[in-house]
Write a protein that binds this ligand. Structure first.
Ligand SMILES: Cc1ncc(COP(=O)(O)O)c(C=O)c1O
Length: 488
């Protein structure tokens, strides 16, 4: 569905766009382009009229006219023909196709760390779901808690992993992001603090901000240069001290193949974290969306094994398929009751067929994972080799699991790279999307979810984009500040 953006909404998204380092029209066009590429301005959205935007920004109309003309020329804005131009991503002449992988308009997507469905397994689960559907048809077909056999199957997986769980402790949601929003709306909100790993998953940051809560970022220690294995994990002293001093209402952490670094928190660190959160009166919420993507076979217990008060969020999006839109919350029954009350203010339950299919998938959870993990291990090694060969100045951290590599760049150029990337046929998520207050301008997340041939093309494109920046360092200065207001 097409949307339109009014001038004040665009001004908010633009943030401090005008650094004075170049002509205003070019800076304006560059930042709008970044916002489109980053997904913060939706595609097919009508931008404000030139007059309205010029007025809202306090610049001359000529500046906006020239910026829009530049965007039109580059294909980021449709011609408009009297009506307002609409946002888009330029088409390339040679489309790159890949069945099952989202490649909009031939651009290789390094902004999303997501995989196609696990082969035939998901399709078969849906075929079985349709066969089983008639048994559900005489009933209402929905339940705010979720389909009971699915809740049972999820509970059994926790129990098998050493965390005794009943179906009464499981709420099925439409994915992990939905789960996080339910939790935030229940226990955080205006005048509440939410502690996060820093960097962290951008959509979680957006959800926390949208809830009105104040983000309390706790930096992850940087990876030591040249150390291949056993990343530095978490700074437990700092986490404990921050919990004790700030006493946030909630802490949102990703201890299992953390997004974006791919780190795995040790059991020792898990124990300290659970204890510190309990002492601070903080509800510890752990996002286990990536827990099944264990590439190095590290053994850890789910965080809930260390405290019954932990709230766990899970999802089938990374292990099986994001198109299932199926996730869950595991919590003590009392708290779960509050989550259910919140959930019914948003929706009344998940769709029946998806939950039937998810039940089959959770019951035989590990079946498709072997092949998926083998492919991801190969892709991880391939990407790390490509980066070493073509971008030797980058300092990637080797992830213990997950879908992406987090790399330090030789210069603070993440936003500028992201802005020019489409010209080289790639789409990137700038480092600052993973942080608060413009941090991580010197970092980039590179997923290894594309097939090797495309990964190779994408890294060569990254190299070409980096060469362009090295040849025109003023671009880096112009785009130093990434706007930190985001639309997921
Ligand atoms: C850490 C983390 N949490 C949540 C999500 C979103 O999961 P879902 O598709 O289940 O909403 C993602 C997806 O990238 C993620 O990486």
């Amino acid at each position: 569905m097409s949307t339109s953006l009014n001038a004040s909404a665009l001004v908010r998204l633009l943030g401090p766009w005008n650094t004075g380092a170049g002509p205003a029209y070019r800076e304006l066009a560059d930042v709008v382009r970044l916002l489109i590429m980053d997904g913060r301005i939706p595609l097919d959205a009508a931008l404000p009229s030139e007059r309205a935007l010029a007025q809202a920004l306090g610049v001359s109309r000529t500046t906006v006219t020239a910026a829009y003309a530049g965007l039109r020329e580059q294909g980021f804005l449709s011609a408009g023909q009297g009506s307002r131009g609409r946002t888009g991503i330029p088409h390339r002449t040679v489309p790159v196709s890949s069945p099952g992988v989202a490649v909009p308009d031939g651009i290789l997507d390094l902004a999303h760390a997501s995989l196609p469905a696990t082969g035939e397994v998901v399709h078969r689960a849906f075929a079985d779901a349709l066969k089983n559907l008639p048994a559900l048809l005489p009933g209402f077909g929905y339940d705010a808690l979720g389909f009971p056999p699915l809740r049972e199957a999820i509970a059994e997986r926790y129990t098998a992993a050493g965390v005794p769980t009943t179906a009464g402790q499981i709420l099925v949601t439409s994915g992990a992001q939905h789960a996080l929003n339910i939790v935030l709306q229940t226990i955080a909100g205006r005048n509440h603090k939410v502690l996060v790993d820093h960097p962290t998953y951008p959509n979680a940051l957006d959800a926390i901000r949208a809830s009105g809560s104040r983000v309390v970022p706790v930096p992850l220690p940087p990876a030591p240069v040249g150390v291949a294995d056993a990343g530095p994990g978490w700074d437990m002293d700092l986490l404990e001290a921050t919990l004790q001093e700030q006493r946030p209402a909630m802490a949102y952490l990703v201890p299992d193949f953390h997004n974006p670094t791919g780190r795995l928190m040790s059991d020792l660190q898990r124990r300290r974290l659970a204890r510190a959160a309990a002492a601070a009166g903080t509800v510890l919420v752990v996002d286990e969306t990536l827990r099944a993507l264990n590439l190095d076979g590290g053994t850890t217990s789910p965080l809930a094994a260390f405290s019954p008060a932990v709230v766990s969020i899970g999802s089938l999006s990374k292990s099986h398929w994001a198109g299932l839109r199926t996730g869950w919350i595991r919590a003590e029954e009392g708290l779960l009751g509050r989550f259910i009350a919140t959930r019914t203010t948003m929706d009344l339950g998940g769709a029946a067929v998806e939950q039937l299919a998810a039940t089959g998938l959770v019951r035989s959870f590990d079946q498709p994972l072997g092949a998926r993990l083998a492919l991801l291990r190969e892709n991880r090694a391939f990407l790390l080799d490509l980066l070493a060969e073509h971008l030797p100045g980058w300092q990637p951290e080797r992830p213990a699991g997950g879908l992406a590599v987090w790399s330090r760049l030789p210069a603070a150029s993440s936003t500028a790279l992201t802005v020019i990337a489409p010209e080289f046929g790639i789409r990137l998520a700038a480092g600052p999307r993973f942080g608060a207050g413009g941090a991580f301008e010197q970092y980039m997340r590179v997923p290894f979810t594309l097939p090797p041939a495309q990964l190779s093309t994408a890294v060569l494109a990254l190299r070409a984009a980096q060469d362009r920046l090295d040849a025109a360092p003023q671009l880096r200065r112009t785009l130093k500040h990434a706007p930190d207001v985001a639309i997921a």
